[in-house]
Write a protein that binds this ligand. Structure first.
Ligand code: BDR
Ligand code: CA
Length: 312
């Protein structure tokens, strides 16, 4: 039986690849996507999500969610995210429509009606998820696991220590990290170890499905932006963070995790939005997170080629 998931996205170039992996993998049943303010304004994230689904020919409902962080009305986007993502993906305009219901209400309704078998996969700021938990805490017992792309231990990407998704809405992230449900976290420490290269993009284009072509388009943009502004261990290659989180549901062996306690700093002038990871064994608070410390690049890239090489 394919694993049911909901993807909460701020699409976004790497969110786009995550959406395609989830929509096309025979091991995943993507029952819906919810959008949130993050890489760009939420209405662009929604349009981009619809563009991705239309382009690969799948019909999956898209629900638009929160347009600002929970308690930061003066939120200003990080400059780097504009060059890596832009506002609109370079794909044809969407012809399908978003659903009328608000994402937070749909999440609550869907979880309450579920058999407790839908993994929640937030790969953007955690605003929708925290808002749903705050409004209807009884959904928690129906969420079997939350698989988050976000956080960083060794190196941030917005500040020296903070990762973008957590930094965008630290108060929301703190609610989610302390919600008491099983959490798997795929942070930069793992995603920066699984890069996709220009040579991989050539191969994506050769495979020639709508999903591999769309992936080449967005990953090439990412590589240009990373090489220019945030170089990785080697040039000509970039992380595709959100897709790694989805791949970890399909094959947990694509990441290596350690069970630790993670909380979020919400007020440090130098550490706002930092995931505070307690790797001290046997000390401190009880572990709440399977935190990925490494990833298998070859396996990740092979999964992308296999799954995205399929058609709907
Ligand atoms: C995360 O931030 C966003 O820019 C990406 O889509 C990813 O979810 C990486 O820090
Ligand atoms: Ca994202």
């Amino acid at each position: 039986m394919p694993q049911k998931i909901i993807l909460d996205v701020d699409t976004g170039t790497d969110d786009a690849v995550a959406l395609m992996v989830a929509a096309l993998s025979p091991d995943i049943d993507l029952i819906g996507a919810t959008t949130v303010n993050g890489n760009t304004l939420v209405h662009f994230c929604t349009e981009n999500t619809l563009r991705v689904f239309d382009y690969i020919g799948v019909q999956i409902p898209v629900f638009e969610g929160m347009s600002l962080p929970l308690s930061r009305p003066d939120f200003e986007r990080d400059e780097d995210s504009s060059s890596i993502h832009g506002d609109l993906l370079d794909l044809p305009p969407a012809t399908s429509q978003k659903q009328a219901q608000h994402a937070v209400d749909w999440l609550i309704e869907t979880y309450l009606a579920s058999a407790g078998d839908i993994i929640l996969v937030p790969v953007g700021p955690l605003t929708n998820v925290a808002a749903a938990i705050r409004k209807a805490p009884q959904i928690l017992e129906k969420i079997p696991e939350i698989v988050i792309m976000g956080g960083a231990h060794h190196l941030g990407n917005v500040t020296p220590l903070a990762e973008f998704n957590i930094w965008c809405d630290p108060e929301a992230a703190r609610i989610v990290m302390n919600c008491g449900r099983p959490i798997r976290m795929v942070p930069l420490d793992a995603t920066h170890r699984a890069l996709v290269s220009r040579a991989d993009c050539v191969e994506f284009r050769r495979i020639g499905t709508p999903a591999t072509i769309a992936t080449a388009v967005v990953v090439e943009r990412r590589i240009g932006a990373y090489d220019a502004g945030q170089p990785m261990a080697r040039l000509g290659a970039a992380p595709v963070h959100d897709a790694l989180a989805v791949c970890a549901i399909i094959d947990p062996g694509v990441i290596t995790t350690e069970l630790i306690h993670v909380d979020v700093e919400v007020q440090g002038p130098l550490t706002d939005g930092v995931t505070v990871c307690d790797f001290r064994r046997g000390r401190g608070k009880a572990p709440n997170t399977h935190f990925a410390v490494d990833a298998d690049e070859a396996k990740f890239v092979a999964m992308l080629k296999d799954i995205l090489g399929r058609t709907a």
